[in-house]
Design a protein around this ligand. Structure first.
Ligand SMILES: [Zn+2]
Length: 246
């Protein structure tokens, strides 16, 4: 038995299948990540063509069968195609990095409404907010780590539990968390966090304005989170969206 369902989704990827079809990976509001096939999508009369491009926000109707890995799409309508980001290589790069993280690191068929809302909101912000896309990406990355079960531990030193850490250089041990300058000497440090980098991460976490930080710090924060993810998920090979454009 299959049921007909209607849900919102963000298109994570699209690839050709056979002579005329497309297979999409989508992150849906009600069912988490799904793979769907659009039969005949590439035939001349089909209207689904650009509507199904990543990272569009769409509404889809599918014939859903739980025993099937690939669901069949019945219709697709556009909610937003984020027009501004498509004219700006920087915004586009970070948007693709976001959908890549979601595609690679979330399980299929697992609903997470918070993640769906966070995903659609961050794409809207990258499209139209004045905040630098690199900062918006940093905020999403921190949030995403938490949602997939690898929240960064930034509140207090994981060894001595001291919590006033904003005025010194720190270390991060990927197994136990942040280390104060003293405890960094006695414990394994996987990543050195300068005072500036730590304060930037706190800003990202609390949603405070992060305009004062150097671009170097924005990039360093992303490298730090990437390295941390690779440590916990050995199959994760880094964010390809950045490597393709560099
Ligand atoms: Zn300490």
């Amino acid at each position: 038995m299959s049921e007909i369902i209607k849900t919102e989704a963000i298109v994570l990827s699209k690839m050709n299948y056979g002579d005329t079809s497309n297979i999409l990976s989508v992150y849906t509001k009600d069912y988490g990540k799904l793979s769907v096939i659009i039969k005949g999508a590439r035939s001349p009369r089909s209207k689904s063509g650009f509507i199904a491009d990543p990272p569009n926000h769409v509404q889809i109707v599918i014939y859903k069968k739980d025993t099937r890995d690939l669901q069949v799409l019945s219709s697709i309508d556009l909610i937003s195609y984020f027009p501004h980001m498509k004219e700006d290589i920087d915004r586009l790069k970070y948007s693709f990095a976001i959908i890549e993280l979601v595609k690679k690191l979330t399980p299929e068929n697992e609903t997470n409404l918070r993640l769906f809302n966070g995903l659609s909101r961050i794409l809207s912000l990258i499209d139209s907010s004045d905040e630098m896309p690199g900062i918006l990406f940093g905020r999403f990355f921190l949030f995403f780590l938490k949602e997939i079960g690898y929240e960064l531990q930034l509140k207090k030193c994981a060894s001595c539990e001291r919590s006033d850490l904003t005025e010194e250089n720190l270390g991060y041990n990927f197994d136990i968390g942040i280390l104060c300058s003293n405890c960094s000497i006695k414990n394994r440090v996987d990543f050195k966090l300068s005072q500036e980098l730590f304060n930037y991460l706190l800003c990202l976490n609390s949603n405070k304005s992060a305009d004062i930080f150097k671009e170097f710090t924005l990039d360093k924060a992303i490298i730090f989170m990437e390295r941390y993810l690779k440590f916990h998920i050995p199959d994760f090979n880094g964010i390809q969206a950045f490597q393709a454009i560099k």
